[in-house]
Write a protein that binds this ligand. Structure first.
Ligand SMILES: C[S@@+](CC[C@H](N)C(=O)[O-])C[C@H]1O[C@@H](n2cnc3c(N)ncnc32)[C@H](O)[C@@H]1O
Length: 172
């Protein structure tokens, strides 16, 4: 199943912000969870793959600035997920917490990447995670600093990939 999802995001809206092997490992952890919150969706690559790991009928919320270059693609992914899951996109700054449920099985933080921005997203949303709290790009300075400061956990990183990606996963 992951192979199909990966091929789809590569064909629909090619992603340069993901590593296939890292993403597959995280996908397998999310598989079967009932709800998912994503901070930072860009063109919807992670929303499609991780949202597809959520069980049928599950709740998916995503918060993103909705920049001009990506919003159309993100809306497309929203429509693709909608028939099978309850999807809500919140277009706006994540520093303003939208009106939405206060608990999710999975919270994924991948919005702004400055230390201050990641710290604010952590402060606002980490407490909503009931099973998994996931950071992306823990090989880059901002996310890494927050990841280390708040306790670290399981690192999923393809060390042969020199791009500053890698996931940090915390089991709640
Ligand atoms: C690295 S991209 C997300 C990539 C996506 N998770 C994926 O893997 O396909 C970061 C996204 O976060 C958004 N973003 C940055 N700062 C934000 C903020 N303060 N509030 C909401 N979204 C923000 C950007 O607009 C961008 O779409």
């Amino acid at each position: 199943m992951f192979d199909v999802l990966w091929r789809e995001i590569c064909e629909w809206h090619p992603t340069e912000v993901q590593n296939r092997y890292e993403m597959e490992a995280v996908y397998s952890l999310i598989l079967g969870c009932g709800s998912y919150l994503e901070i930072g969706s860009s063109n919807g690559g992670s929303l499609w793959v991780f949202g597809s790991a959520v069980c049928l009928g599950g709740a998916i919320h995503a918060i993103d600035l909705g920049e001009l270059h990506s919003l159309e693609y993100l809306r497309d992914i929203e429509q693709k997920l909608k028939p099978s899951r309850n999807v809500t996109l919140h277009i706006g700054d994540s520093r303003v917490v939208p009106d939405m449920p206060l608990e999710f099985d999975v919270v994924f933080i991948d919005g702004g990447h400055s230390y201050e921005q990641v710290r604010d997203d952590y402060t606002n949303y980490a407490c909503m995670a009931k099973k998994l709290l996931i950071f992306h790009d823990i090989k880059s300075p901002g996310p890494n600093k927050v990841w280390v400061e708040t306790g670290e956990g399981l690192v999923i990183a393809d060390m042969s990939d020199k791009r500053p990606m890698g996931y940090g996963v915390r089991f709640i």
